[in-house]
Design a protein around this ligand. Sequence first.
Ligand SMILES: [Zn+2]
Length: 419
Amino acid sequence: MKSMVPLGLIVATFALTSSRFFDSAKVFRVKPQNEKQVNFLKYLARIKQLDFWHPDSAPHIVTQMQVDFHVSAHQSRSVQTLMEKNEIQYEILLHNLQEEIEKQFDGKRNFTGRHSYTKYNDWDKIAAWTARIAKIYPKLVSRIQIGNTFEKQPMYLLKVGKENVRKKAIFMDCGIHAREWISPAFCQWFVKQAASTYGKDKIMTHLLDSLNFYVLPVFNIDGYVWSWTQDRMWRKNRSKNSTTNCIGTDLNRNFAAAWGTTGFISDDPCDETYYGPAPESEDETKAVATFIRNHLSSIKAYLTFHAYSQMLMFPYGYTFHKAPNHNELTEVAKAAVEALSSLYGTKYEYGPSATVAYPTSGSSVDWAYDQGIKYSFIFELRDEGRYGFLLPESKIKSTCKETMLAVKSIANYILSYAS
Ligand SMILES: [Zn+2]
């Protein structure tokens, strides 16, 4: 029996359970035209509370970069005035963040307790789903626990592929950044599509016969839970820092890949891009890195899913030097992006992350590459900023369908060429 919950109640319930409220908070977009404007924006970030959506933090800003940031209701008027005084042209992407948060559920937030591939699922639903999907497809899907999060949540990984002793493998993770909800939605979609089209779709059947996919549906579980219950804009994990009351480390700065050296990383635990007290200091990073290290002989590709900005990138992020197989990575990315856009015409940029986006260190994709996984990619899924992290549920299906084509394209290449 379906339970009918009136929309007003749904909105009110979400507002009540979410301790951080974003009523009248705004998201601005600016494109600094010169160094003076870049410096002004960096100054603005120091004197006002700006939550950067793109790039990840203020030091990354350079001339002509598209910069999106969120400002609370009480600061947005003064931020606007300051930008006008300094002749910075801006666009308001979102006028009322709280409204967009509510709208991402398409007015029908799923309270019936049922998991759905075309809706955003909270962690409890996803955890239960990992057990269920392994039960439904026992010959294709199995569940492994690779560790526990800081808050002692079990980290479940799904192994997807036909039983076969010696196989190449592809490792995929979603949801390393908590607020990028479309990413875990894709990992769930992938597992379901792969398992349910085995024996029907020729390419998928061939892939699962010859490859294993290790899929981590939510990397940063504690942060994801927090983004559902307390703060929709949460990004980091939820570990405590010994020196301050500020919570969390950016797990995608916590890997041992030029850790803490380049790309405006932050040693301030209060920052959104805080790299942690040491490489792999975080339980979640440690669990993933340990699993990958233990399976290096089979893992040929590493794919990590983020949002937003529609990019497919590969190493390096920590240097502008080209990766040894740069030309090959460019070709693989190009083919994947072409496959992706063939469905709905969605445009993706591709290339090394330091140049396509901006320099970063301690990222999982650079670390995986330096472990010898020569096909390591980072996806930034939809959109380009109209909704940012608040992509409506109505766009989950099309986003997942097109992304699937890109992943199949990469997997096919791995099958044929990776040694
Ligand atoms: Zn991200």
